[in-house]
Design a binder for this molecule. Sequence first.
Ligand code: AMP
Ligand code: MG
Length: 405
Amino acid sequence: MLTWQQARENVIEVVRARMSRRGRGHVRLDRALGRVPAQPVTADRDQPAFPRSIRDGYAVRAADTAMLPAEFEIVAEIKAGSAFHGVISSGQAARIMTGAPVPAGADAVVMVEYTHPLSETRVAVERSVTPGQHIVDRGTEARAGQTLLDPGRRIGFGELALLAEVGCAQVRVFRQQRVAVLSTGDEIIPVDREPGPYQIRDTNSLSLSAQVSLAGARPVLIRRAQDESAELSERIREGLAADVLVLSGGVSKGKYDLVEAVLSDLGAEFYFDAVAIRPGRPAVFGWCAGKPVFGLPGNPVSTMVTFELLVTPALDLLSGAEPRPLPLASAKLSVPLDEKEGLTHFLPAHIDWKESGAEARPVRWRGSGDLAGMAQANGFLVVPADRPRWQQGEQIQVLLRRDLL
Ligand code: AMP
Ligand code: MG
């Protein structure tokens, strides 16, 4: 049985090798969060386009501040958005605001805090400045034509601002991946229906859709399939119209766990059908009709964990980006642990971010169906298969919940 790291690597390898050419198109910049540029983004002009003052104060010749206090004649006032076209000569200063262009002749800005006015037209400077101080020279952030963002780098809030800076009102991006989400099971009913005594509401459609959206892809909900081959086959074919199919439930060894058999009948090839983890062991990954297919176990927490470990890197690759690393961190364990050997355990945990470092404790939960327990957790303790026993106070790896970061 593969370890979760091997299974994740396997997904990455297979998707890289088998994925087809991705479509491209344009999106408006204000809709581009989370999308992946399909071509390099370049600077349309030098950045900054002029020597920019980064303080409110006086633009002077630095050499004039060698002897203190120094007095200057104020010859201009420069607001952001305007300019002074004269030249500052020795003994002269221009009152200047943050974001305004530093005039010719001046080579430094004295902060207003280190000056005091003598009259309307004269100012005294109390501190020396060095050449270049409080000025960002033209083109020092970027040169016109320079590549600022390579294709494949996902657009976050910082990148949105950068794209705005270079005037990219429309961005050429890779097409957003559509991910079919298909719940299976006779007992599963939609959330807006009243459950019979032995029925349960479909929670995986919701959590999986959210995980798909967080990964930057678009969920496509397929009506839940009963544990019956013909219906399941029909729904799977419906799901295969999307770019990726994610099923939940029906992948264990029970008599009515039909997902693998039905996928097989539809010509699927499988790469693995078990991973050495708990929760989430019976996770399936295969390829069917040219699309990657994930059969995730139905227990809600298993579904969540296996999606994070195995599906997210596939969605990154398919959307044109490199797989994002898992949000793993290290935390001090506040209780001892004694788990079963042989499987890596992902125990829902609460991680406290203290000044002294992160501390983690498992939350009370009753196994992979326990959503009430799960809701107390902001991550998981990762208890490795070969190291089941841990003492209080040891540093242990934690997997953070991406949605709460
Ligand atoms: P399965 O993987 O089909 O054996 O299901 C394992 C457990 O997860 C069973 O208790 C199911 O009732 C439950 N389960 C399966 N699918 C869902 C779903 N979509 N929403 C909530 N619970 C589910
Ligand atoms: Mg089932």
